[in-house]
Design a protein around this ligand. Structure first.
Ligand code: HEM
Length: 455
């Protein structure tokens, strides 16, 4: 069975030397081979202690966190703060509870039906671009293309503006700088910094965040000036959301923070998953064939409707399996704000608790042939084999992703429409190396070419 690219797992000290020699700070390559075997264990690289937790019951305890002692990790919060302030992705306690209660309804079933039209609009535009590339035969970067497409979907669904507008182009470009410069957890700080240290950001990151927030401010102001009820998008829902207890809405600053998160969490993640999905589909003609057969059976030659996309079980399973092998957020770090016991491990205040979908999804105890690409793991016949809390690309517990349904619908629609119409060839597919940045990305851009599908 096909095993897509992954770093070779080595002994701890050898992997540390490998990362030091490469100088790219990639946390995936740093993971020692035991990380894929143990229930839990210390990762011994750092000035602060880091406990890796793979065991389902234990990780559930940390992520549900009933006592409120394991908030989001300070290193991650510090890295994202210039863009998203103290918004839903990073906040904790009562501040987070209020934000979640106000934001969650924007991702309801009904809103997703409306979002589908915007997704379709972005795909129509994107197909026009791909048609041109199919004629010219020009090479393009698959990862940049997916970022562009998912950013367009977010701009349309959140702000009712397409990525053709100059504002959206500027936001996308500034975000690309942010993405390249900022890691989810930066290795140097992880190793050398004490817990709860202030994190000065690179000047380029601050500059990019200021540009993004300036544009977000303009988009919010347009909505505010017209009266949000004139708009039918996610921004309008978040602007009109009210705290159930006080009746207060978000301030303008809070709105920028929350909408910054929608842009951050809402497009790079899906773009990462799609990049890996297309790479793997390209390596396996039989998977492509089955996807096309399912699409033809359900929709014939007609344009895909929302209801049909929801019935594309195999296409969705290809996406789910891509998320298993390349979870866009490979690490879900927390910090102990007081001494605590996790299983038999005593953790000190300031210890980092690392829940890693990357290791859990490839753990030898929980998955058969863990490194093999096998979408049928998620088929109705075999799904029961998946142990609870061992598949968590969207996190788990109260902080589970609010956009999971949105992302699944969007990615299934994108995969279905593009495989139906095109043959995409990724060049040098066997030499690709995944590395952990803000999301899991290929080390170098994945260059590819596209042709209209030979029928
Ligand atoms: C394949 C795509 C996606 C993946 C893999 C993903 C993954 C995740 C994960 C793992 C978390 C939990 C992080 C933690 O517990 O520390 C999360 C939270 C979140 N995600 Fe997503 N996400 C995706 C798409 C989206 C989309 C499309 C949106 C919005 C448009 C979104 C918005 C959020 C928000 C707001 C949170 C914070 C929720 C909270 O803390 O209450 N995500 N996501």
């Amino acid at each position: 069975m096909y095993e897509p690219p992954r770093p070779t797992a080595l002994a701890a000290i050898v992997s540390l030397l490998r990362v030091a020699a490469r100088g790219d700070g990639d946390l995936l390559s740093l993971l020692p081979s035991k990380a894929y075997r143990v229930d839990a264990g210390w990762l011994g690289y750092s000035r602060r202690s880091i406990l890796l937790v793979n065991e389902p019951e234990l990780l559930r305890d940390v992520l549900t966190d009933p006592l409120g002692i394991f908030p989001k990790n300070d290193l991650m919060v510090g890295a994202l703060e210039p863009l998203v302030g103290n918004s839903i992705f990073v906040s904790s306690g009562t501040v987070w509870r209020r934000q979640r209660q106000m934001i969650e309804p924007s991702f309801s079933h009904m809103r997703l039906s409306k979002a589908f039209a915007a997704m379709t609009g972005a795909l129509d535009d994107y197909e026009t671009r791909l048609d041109e590339l199919a004629v010219s035969g020009g090479q393009f970067s698959l990862d940049l293309a997916m970022s562009h497409l998912t950013a367009d979907v977010i701009c349309r669904t959140v702000f009712s503006t397409s990525l053709r507008s100059q504002t959206a182009i500027d936001v996308f470009e500034a975000f690309t700088v942010f993405e390249r410069t900022c890691a989810q957890v930066e290795l140097r700080r992880l190793i050398f910094d004490p817990p709860f240290n202030d994190i000065p950001q690179h000047a380029a990151v601050i500059d990019a965040c200021e540009r993004i927030r300036k544009h977000l401010g303009d988009l919010v102001d347009t909505h505010l000036a017209d009266g949000a009820s004139q708009w039918d998008d996610i921004a309008a829902e978040i602007i009109t959301a009210r705290d159930v207890e006080t009746g207060a809405g978000f301030t303008r600053k809070e709105l920028l923070d929350q909408l910054g998160v929608m842009f951050l969490a809402g497009h790079e993640t899906t773009a990462s998953a799609l990049t890996w999905a297309f790479l793997m589909i390209g390596m396996q003609p039989q998977v492509l064939q089955r996807m096309r057969e399912e699409i033809a059976t359900i929709a014939g030659e007609d344009p895909l409707t929302l209801e049909q996309v929801r019935r594309l079980t195999y296409v969705k399973n290809v996406f789910r399996e891509s998320l298993r092998l390349y979870p866009p957020i490979p690490f879900i770090p927390r910090v102990a704000t007081e001494p605590a016991k996790i299983g038999r491990y005593e953790v000190k205040r300031g210890a980092m608790i690392m829940i890693a979908p990357w290791t859990i999804h490839r753990h030898k105890k929980y998955w058969r042939s863990p490194n093999a690409f096998d979408p049928d793991r998620f088929s109705p016949e075999r799904e029961h084999e998946i142990l609870p809390s061992t598949y968590l690309p969207f996190g788990l517990g109260p902080r589970v992703c609010v956009g999971a349904g949105f992302a699944t619908l969007e990615a299934t629609a994108i995969l279905a429409r593009l495989v139906r119409r095109y043959d995409i060839t990724v060049h040098d597919a066997a030499r690709v190396r995944p590395i952990a940045r803000l999301t899991i990305r290929p080390e170098r851009q994945l260059m590819c070419t596209v042709r209209r599908r030979a029928s």
